[in-house]
Design a protein around this ligand. Structure first.
Ligand SMILES: Cc1ncc(C[n+]2csc(CCOP(=O)(O)OP(=O)(O)O)c2C)c(N)n1
Length: 349
């Protein structure tokens, strides 16, 4: 497997950062790092809990966090997110409660879906984070349909659809990209190219050199972005979101990242990845990259990095303790929120 083609690095002077991220740039970068710290702690703990049999399934995001945080920094409160397996950080960074998310992972009685959805497939109504479907690519058509509805209603919100490199070979990607362009829907198609679809490397499932160029087939602008660089992700996403919001049209962004974990808690990548993959991935770690940038800019040091790590450890520990103490859903809740009435009586809610 060869490395992705080189991407043009950004200039990191404070002047440029202000232009790219706005006057609050230093605050945004520190917030981004704290969210990425939380995501790292969460991935480590949840994979361990799954191995201990305490949760059923987990899809880690290590290596892809800059895309999720960049998205949270690029959209407004009324915008919609249609995630893939690894975008929970978008919901958390927009204000979804970590404890509620933990209840979902434990599939307990306080899980808003009451354990009826596969773990690690949360939804968060208050931040317009739509439940992911496990069927690859379907979030693309859903996001495009919703975005078209927004346009018809004159609602200035936009929709973001997240999907992997593998999804760009699935039917729904093609149908969604086509209709997004035909309808001029206010949507941004965000392909997080982590270079693997479970065990299939990207060059074994598509013959194109970049996934961004698939946009041409549908009359969309497509752009390849270094997804390990929070500044690049945020500035490109903000432009694409502004374009969609102003009625100029949808676009496709390909964020090149390196998957630094198994696909999920269900597979063993040592069976299909070469021995040097992980070393190459670690060399492009978006978390360490942002930490280096913050230190260079004087926005972080050993003390603050350790304090933010401890803060995340404590929040994750507290959320796990609360979720593990919660009871399992009662069997009667199977029908809650499903029917308006059952046997002529109002359904439980
Ligand atoms: C339509 C469909 N085909 C196959 C699968 C099995 N499957 C689950 S995840 C996955 C790979 C997805 O890879 P990618 O789209 O690159 O996203 P990633 O998980 O790497 O972020 C596959 C093939 C599925 N869920 N749905």
């Amino acid at each position: 497997m060869t490395d992705a083609p080189a991407l043009v690095p950004l200039d990191y002077s404070a002047h440029t950062l202000g232009e790219l991220l706005g006057p609050e740039w230093s605050d945004s970068l520190v917030r981004a790092f704290r969210w990425m710290t939380l995501a790292r702690v969460l991935d480590g703990r949840m994979l361990a809990l799954q191995r201990q049999g305490r949760i059923g399934f987990y899809g880690p995001a290590t290596g892809q966090e800059a895309v999720s945080v960049g998205a949270a920094l690029s959209i407004g409160p009324t915008d919609w997110v249609f995630p893939g397996l690894r975008e929970q950080l978008v919901a958390l960074a927009r204000g979804h409660s970590l404890t509620t998310y933990m209840h979902h992972l434990f599939a307990d009685d306080r899980d808003p879906a009451r354990g009826r959805q596969m773990p690690c497939h949360p939804s968060a109504r208050e931040v317009r984070y739509v439940s992911m479907s496990s069927v690859i690519g379907t979030q693309v058509t859903q996001a495009v349909g919703l975005a078209y509805g927004l346009k018809l209603r004159g609602d200035p919100s936009v929709a973001l659809a997240f999907f992997g490199d593998g999804a760009t070979s699935a039917n729904d990607f093609h149908a969604g990209a086509n209709l997004a362009a035909v309808w001029n829907a206010p949507v941004v198609l965000c392909c997080t190219n982590n270079q693997w679809a479970i065990s299939v490397p990207v060059e074994h499932q598509t013959a194109v050199a970049t996934l961004a160029e698939k946009a041409k087939a549908y009359g969309l602008p497509g752009e390849r972005v270094d997804g390990t660089d929070i500044v690049a992700v945020t500035s490109r996403l903000r432009s694409a979101v502004a374009r969609a919001r102003s009625g100029e049209g949808p676009s496709l962004l390909e964020f090149v990242v390196y998957r630094m974990t198994p696909h999920s808690s269900s597979d063993d990548p040592t069976r299909y990845q070469s021995a040097d993959w992980m070393a190459r991935a670690r060399a492009r770690d978006p978390y360490l990259r942002l930490e280096g940038l913050l230190r260079t800019l004087g926005l972080a040091d050993d003390g603050s990095v350790a304090a933010w790590r401890e803060e995340s450890d404590a929040s994750v520990r507290a959320a796990i303790a609360e979720a593990e103490a919660a009871p399992s859903p009662v069997p009667e809740s199977l029908l809650t929120d499903v029917f308006e009435s059952v046997d002529g009586r109002p359904a439980p809610s």
